[in-house]
Design a protein around this ligand. Structure first.
Ligand code: ATP
Length: 583
């Protein structure tokens, strides 16, 4: 019987009780109205047994033959004494009646409450599921998911591997005074396996897994979210070691707007503060790890990201071709796949697919095959599933669009990587990819300059050249009229560096050693025009320089871009190899 049924039944019982009470009151014999003279007569005749004086207004009473009567009381004084002298029992009727009525009401209300309580008391099962703060806080015990269920994402898996040891042997670390990471944020596009990874941490460590969503804590009533956070951590502490997973942490941890909207959002602030307080409060060497997930790290409140809170940030990106192949293989394991199916080809076709989309693709194919009943999933099923999945995610023909986009991204990123290798070999290019991530909309080339106290003019110029190389590669390969918006971020950064060179560091000839900031502060504004001219000329010169170099090394540029189109991600060793082979 569900809650609704119970409420209906209890309400019916209560209404019946009220009815019977009213009926009983109604059916109670009514006293007979008699005249005052008749009353005096009955008193004289010694027929009256008992009299209730209703605060002197009326006289009610019972005759010796049990007849009840009522009459008006014209005498306010002395009547009681006279009646008592005549051996009649006298009662203050109002008090008595009120008391009787009060008792019946108390019994009635008490009975109603008890019935409600018994009927609506949750079964122990339901009770353990929902806490008193009204949300499901039951952990998942004996989690079956582990690292072998995650394909690709190896860097992320490695980053969380040590957590397992932290959870299981906190003493080992506390002996050395090491602080266990309290909070880990997994960030990346939807469906890339953030929940899967969090669950696998619990599975590998063999500890309970508490999964909640940030939106569970955003409530209409101020204080409910904070109470839920406290309850969650209280339960977690009872489990001793565990993993708490908060999905969509941005729902409660968005940057605070400093009261710009007129006082801010009280409820969210309270909830966030409760979370921060709980995270700072629990014993770090107890074996509790809080893992949160978000699609956008940059929207989170700084307070969440400080040391001692969510101080580890792990990016979970879209899989590249190798990772996609692994994910497809993983999700084919328990399926009868026909030998004509080429998973490698499929991995190449599914650019920008997330892990969840790949899993969905294999599942759709399995459903189609099961409907046909041929006993195997063949290439035809996969092809149909591919279009079903694409149609489900977006209307346009993704494969056609993505091919041109990928070419542009590949040349753009190859430009950055190649110029880095040619002009700044001391910089590291740890990764070049055409898979979009938070670091770059199209793809990115990770250029890490060595740590230095001072930067030479040449270093800064080289940096600008590296930034311009993406646009330059696009122009060389696709023509001046086909350059794209992809370079906007590069141009912004290049301009910033150049302006610093001119304005602050006295590094260009015509600006001399003047500090332009000081000139502006002193109201000398006429320098502005030559300042822009100077900066533009320098950028043009640097661009021309990069272009010369890239034109000379075009074969190398093409080789890197083609390899990128094929493999989607290249590490430094692969990049060096391509450059060496061409030499
Ligand atoms: P969201 O941001 O939408 O919450 P998410 O990043 O948490 O998504 P999951 O819910 O973990 O993504 O992934 C959904 C499903 O996709 C997983 O249960 C799994 O089947 C599949 N999947 C995603 N990534 C991988 C992967 N790297 N390896 C294997 N399966 C994956």
């Amino acid at each position: 019987m569900n809650r609704k049924h119970k409420i209906v039944i209890v309400s019916v019982i209560v209404v019946l009780l009220l009815f019977s009470y009213g009926f009983w009151q109604y059916k109670k014999p009514k006293p007979e109205r008699i005249s005052y003279n008749q009353f005096l007569h009955e008193v004289q005749q010694n027929h009256v047994e008992k009299v209730f004086l209703n605060q002197g207004e009326t006289i009610e009473g019972i005759l010796k033959d049990d007849t009840r009567f009522v009459t008006d009381n014209p005498r306010k004084e002395g009547l009681k004494e006279e009646l008592l002298k005549a051996d009649i029992i006298v009662d203050e009727m109002k008090d008595q009646e009120m008391l009787n009525q009060a008792i019946s009401y108390v019994i009635l209300i008490g009975a109603t409450i008890i019935i409600f309580f018994i009927a609506l008391k949750k079964s122990p099962q339901a009770q353990s599921k929902k806490s008193k703060v009204g949300m499901n806080l039951k952990p998942e015990e004996g989690v079956k998911v582990n690292f072998s269920d995650i394909a690709g994402n190896q860097e992320a898996v490695q980053s969380v591997e040590e957590l397992i040891d932290f959870i299981n042997n906190p003493e080992k670390y506390s002996k050395y005074g090491a602080r266990m990471p309290r909070g880990v944020i997994l960030y990346g596009p939807p469906g890339t396996g953030k929940t899967l990874l969090a669950k696998a941490i619990a599975g590998e460590a063999g500890v309970p897994f508490y999964a909640v969503s940030g939106s569970d804590f955003v409530q209409v009533y101020v204080g409910v979210g904070a109470a839920r956070i406290r309850e969650l951590f209280k339960r977690a502490r009872q489990s001793e070691k565990c993993v708490i997973f908060i999905d969509e942490i941005d729902a409660l941890g968005k940057k605070r707007d400093g009261g710009l909207d007129g006082g801010g959002n009280d409820e969210r602030d309270q909830t966030l503060n409760a979370l921060l307080a709980e995270m700072s409060g629990f014993n770090e060497n107890q074996g509790i790890v809080v893992v949160a997930a978000t699609n956008r790290l940059d929207t989170l409140d700084e307070a969440l990201l400080r040391p001692g809170r969510f101080d580890r940030h792990i990016e979970i990106g879209l899989p590249d071709v190798k990772a996609r192949l692994k994910i497809l293989e993983l999700h084919s394991k328990n399926k009868p796949i026909h030998e004509d199916v080429d998973l490698e080809k499929l991995a190449h076709q599914t650019v920008y697919f997330s892990g969840a989309q790949l899993e969905n693709l294999m599942n759709e194919a399995a459903i189609l095959a099961a409907k046909k009943g041929n006993g195997m999933i063949d290439q035809h099923d996969i092809d149909r599933a591919f279009y079903t999945v694409i149609a489900g995610y977006e209307k346009k023909d993704r494969s056609a669009i993505s091919h041109m986009d990928r070419m542009i991204t590949a040349y753009h990123e190859s430009g950055h990587a190649l110029i880095t290798k040619l002009i700044a070999p001391e910089n590291r290019v740890s990764k070049v990819t055409i898979i979009p991530s938070t670091k770059g909309a199209g793809g990115f080339s990770m250029n890490i300059p060595p740590n230095r106290m001072y930067y030479k003019k040449k270093d800064m110029e080289n940096n600008i050249k590296i930034m311009l190389a993406g646009r330059c590669a696009e122009e060389i390969i696709f023509g001046k009229e086909n350059i794209t918006t992809g370079a906007s971020n590069d141009l912004e950064k290049a301009t910033e560096v150049l302006i610093d060179m001119v304005r602050r560091f006295g590094m260009t000839d015509s600006s001399g050693l003047l500090n332009y900031d000081v000139l502006y502060r002193n109201g000398i504004k006429q320098v502005q025009d030559n300042f822009i001219d100077e900066a533009k000329r320098s950028l043009d010169d640097l661009y021309a320089n990069v272009k010369d170099l890239l034109v000379k090394k075009k074969t190398l540029l093409v080789a890197i871009a083609e390899r990128l189109l094929d493999e989607e991600t290249l590490d430094e060793a692969q990049l060096d190899q391509i450059i060496q082979n061409a030499a």
